[in-house]
Design a protein around this ligand. Sequence first.
Ligand SMILES: Nc1ncnc2c1ncn2[C@@H]1O[C@H](COP(=O)(O)OP(=O)(O)OP(=O)(O)O)[C@@H](O)[C@H]1O
Ligand SMILES: [Mg+2]
Length: 290
Amino acid sequence: MSVEPLLNVQSLSIEYPSPRLTKAPTRVVHDVDFSIGVRETVALVGESGSGKTTIGKAILGLVAPASGRILLDGRDISALRPRQRRALAVDLQAVFQNPYGSLNPSMKVGQILAEPLFADGSVSRADALTIVRRLLERVGMPADSVSRYPANFSGGQRQRIAIARAVARNPRLVVCDEPTSALDVTTQAAALDLLAELQDSLGVSYLFITHDLAVVKEFADRAIVLRNGSVVESGTSAQICLQPSHPYTRALLASAPVPDPRIQRRRRAARLAMASGAAPVTPATPVAGG
Ligand SMILES: Nc1ncnc2c1ncn2[C@@H]1O[C@H](COP(=O)(O)OP(=O)(O)OP(=O)(O)O)[C@@H](O)[C@H]1O
Ligand SMILES: [Mg+2]
C-alpha cells in the first residue's frame, strides 16, 4: 500500500434537487471523508438509503457534489468536463448489482468487451480479439462466449462478463456497487474470489459498496459505516465486524443473516429488545465465518 492514497474523498456532501422546484434540495451525503490505497479494498456499508450508491456515483462523475473534493492520485476529479471524464474511464471503472441490466442485450459478448478497448483508438481489431479472449479466460468464461449474447448466460456468468469489461483496460479503481447481491451464495463466493484474484494480478483497488456485513470481513481491508449519509464509524474490516464501537454498526451486524437458526433467533430477540427501547446487552455475534 502506498503512503499517498489512490482515492481521497474529502468533506463530500451531495444533494438531490427536490421534485418541487420551489423547495430546497435534499442533502443525502454529509461531510464524508475516506481514502482508498493502491491495491486496497474499502467497503462502504450501511442500510438501504444511507447514501452508498450516491457516493459511488459521485466518484464516477454521475452526480455532482454539493461541496467537498474527490482526489484521484492527488487530482480533483469532482468537476471534470465530459471529455476529461471520458479519459478517466481508463483508471476508473464500475461493476453494478444487476448483471441483467448492465450489459447491452443486443450486443454479442465479444463486442461488449471490445468496445472499451477501441475507445481511445490505440488497439487494433486483431489485438482487441486477442485481449478479449484472454479476458474471458481470465474470468473463467469459455472462449466461444464472444459470439453469444448476454441472454445466453446465467446471472453469475453475466457478472463475470461485467467484471471482465470493467478490468479490460487495467483500471486503478473499480467501484463495485453491490456486485454480488443478485447472486446466490455459491456464485457470490466465486465472484468475490474472481475480484480478489484480479486485485492480486492487476493491483487494482476496490470501493466495495454493500449492505451485507457478512462479506465485508472476508473481502475488504477496511470498512466505512454510513448512516443517513454520515460516517458513523470506520476501521479495519475485522474491527468493524468483530469489535464494532458504534451501536448502529452493532445493529447492522445483528441484522445480517446467519445460517444457524439458533443464532438467528437470539439476534431477533436482541433486535426486538433494542426496538422496544431496552439497551442492547449482548455484544454483536461475529459475522458468519468469523
Ligand atoms: N436520483 C435521486 N433523486 C432524489 N433522491 C435520490 C436519488 N437517488 C437516491 N436518492 C435518495 O438519496 C438517499 C441515498 O440513496 P442511495 O441510493 O445512495 O442509498 P443506498 O445506500 O445506495 O441504498 P441501497 O442499499 O438501497 O442501494 C436516499 O434517501 C434516496 O432516496
Ligand atoms: Mg445503492
